[in-house]
Design a protein around this ligand. Structure first.
Ligand code: DNO
Length: 400
C-alpha cells in the first residue's frame, strides 16, 4: 500500500511536517477553497502541488489522490443545468491529469456527505470517537426537523424511543445535534437553517433510487471517457452511513451497488474508493470478500473500523480503533496484500494508495481545535498499526 494522509490544505492544523513524521508519503487533498461547480484551473492545481511537493531538505511528499472533486446536487437530481456542472467536472479531471494527478475520489450522496450524530463520543480510555446513533438521528428528523414523510419510515416503538430521546434534550443539546448532522463535519460546506435544509431535501422529491442510478449512469457516461483520455482513475466513495437517509435514496451502499456502478461503464477508470468504515457499517457487507472480488477496480483505500451496535442494517455504530471493532481490518489488510501481489504479477501497479481514515481524538489533540475525525494523533496511531500489520504480513509471506 502507498501510505497517504488527508490534508485539508494550508489551513489544516495538521502540517505537512506532521504528516511526514506520521510516516506517510502521499497526500490526499482537494482545492477546498474552490466552490462546488467551479473549475480547478491548471495553474491553481500546479501551485498547490508545488506547495506539497517542493519543500527543500525534507522527505519528499507526493500529491497522490484528490479527495474530492465535488459533484453538485444539480448533477445528482438530474436538473436541466446539469451538463454545465458536468463540463466543469470534466475540466477539473483534465487539469488534474495534466498535473500528473492520477486518482480522483468523489461521491454521489444526495445533500449530505457523511453523517454523524455525536462528534465526541466518550471512550473508556478517555479518547473520543465519532458516532452515529440511530435513535438520536430519528429524534432529529421526526421531532426537530419534522420532515414530512419521516413518520411512515419508523415503527411505533422506534418513534417512542426517539420521542423520549428528544424530550430529554435541552436547547443547547438540540442545537448541537442539529449542527452535528447538518454542518458539523468536514465536507459539509454549508450551514443551513432547518427551513433551508428542508428546501434542499425537497429538490429530491421526484428522485427515487432508480432515478438516482440513472443520473449516476448519465454522469459516468460523460466523465469516464474524459478520465480515460486524461489517464485519471475515478474512485467513487460509498455512502456513509450506507443506507437511505432523510428520505433520500443512496446507491453506493453494498457490493451489489458497487457492481452495478462498475458495469454502468465498464472501464478501469471507473473504480471504487474502498472505505471499510462506510461499507463496514452494514452487517451484510463482507469486507474481505469485497476486496477479493472487486479488487482490480479498487483505486483508493480508506481504512477504518466501525463498531456496529446492532445487527440491523440501520443500526447505530461508532468508530473504533483501527484494528478493533467490527471491521476485521487485519484480514482486510491481508486481502489487500494478496491483491497487490496479484496486480503486480499481472504487470499492474500493485501499490494502492491507502489512508488511515479518521481516528480518535486523543492525547494532546483533546485540548486542540481539530477537524472532526481528522486530528493528528488518532490517525497517526491508525497508520502505525496498519503499517505494522502490513509489514508483518509481507514479512511472514516471504518466510512461507
Ligand atoms: C469522511 C470522508 C468523506 C469523503 C467524501 C468523498 O471522512 O470519507 O467526506 O471524503 O464523501 O467524496
Amino acid at each position: 500500500m502507498e501510505y497517504t494522509w488527508r490534508w485539508y490544505g494550508p489551513n489544516d492544523p495538521v502540517s505537512l511536517d506532521d504528516i511526514r513524521q506520521a510516516g506517510a508519503s502521499g497526500i490526499v487533498t482537494a482545492l477546498h477553497e474552490v466552490a462546488a461547480g467551479e473549475v480547478w484551473t491548471k495553474d491553481a492545481i500546479t501551485q498547490r502541488k508545488k506547495l506539497i511537493e517542493e519543500m527543500p531538505n525534507r522527505n519528499s511528499l507526493r500529491w497522490s489522490v484528490v479527495e474530492s472533486v465535488p459533484v453538485t446536487d444539480a448533477i445528482k437530481v438530474g436538473a436541466k443545468n446539469r451538463d454545465q456542472d458536468i463540463t466543469v467536472f470534466q475540466e477539473c479531471i483534465r487539469n488534474l491529469g495534466a498535473n500528473d494527478i492520477r486518482t480522483v475520489c468523489y461521491n454521489f450522496m444526495p445533500v449530505l456527505d457523511w453523517t454523524r450524530t455525536d462528534l465526541d463520543y466518550q471512550q473508556p480510555d478517555g479518547s473520543t470517537a465519532l458516532r452515529f446513533d440511530q435513535t438520536a438521528f430519528a429524534a432529529f428528523e421526526l421531532y426537530i426537523l419534522q420532515r414530512p414523510g419521516a413518520e411512515q419510515e419508523y415503527s411505533e416503538s422506534e418513534k417512542q424511543q426517539a420521542k423520549e430521546y428528544a424530550d430529554q434534550l435541552d436547547n443547547t443539546a438540540v442545537q448541537q445535534l442539529q449542527q452535528n448532522i447538518i454542518a458539523g463535519l468536514p465536507g459539509s460546506d454549508k450551514d443551513y437553517s432547518l427551513e433551508e435544509f428542508q428546501e434542499v431535501l425537497n429538490q429530491y422529491q421526484s428522485v427515487d433510487e432508480a432515478q438516482l442510478r440513472k443520473n449516476l449512469q448519465y454522469f459516468l457516461e460523460k466523465v469516464i471517457p474524459v478520465a480515460e483520455a486524461a489517464n485519471v482513475k475515478l474512485a467513487i466513495h460509498p455512502d456513509d452511513p450506507p443506507r437511505p437517509l432523510l428520505g433520500l435514496p443512496r446507491v453506493v451502499s453494498t457490493e451489489a451497488d458497487a457492481r452495478q456502478l462498475l458495469s454502468m461503464v465498464d472501464s478501469p477508470h471507473n473504480g471504487l474508493t474502498f472505505c471499510t468504515g462506510s461499507y463496514g457499517a452494514r452487517p451484510d457487507n463482507d469486507l474481505v470478500g469485497m476486496v477479493e472480488r472487486l479488487g482490480d477496480r479498487i483505486h483508493f483505500l480508506h481504512l477504518r473500523s466501525v463498531q456496529r451496535e446492532s445487527d440491523k442494517v440501520n443500526g447505530s455504530f461508532y468508530e473504533a480503533n483501527h484494528l478493533e471493532g467490527s471491521g476485521d481490518l487485519l484480514n482486510v489488510v491481508k486481502a489487500v496484500v494478496q491483491l497487490e501481489k496479484q496486480l503486480r504479477n499481472s504487470g499492474l501497479v500493485g501499490n494502492i494508495p491507502m489512508r488511515p481514515d479518521h481516528g480518535h481524538k486523543m492525547l494532546d489533540d483533546l485540548h486542540k481545535k481539530t477537524n472532526p475525525g481528522y486530528s493528528a494523533i488518532g490517525r497517526l496511531r491508525g497508520l502505525a498499526e496498519l503499517r505494522g500489520a502490513e509489514m508483518a504480513l509481507l514479512g511472514s509471506s516471504q518466510l512461507s
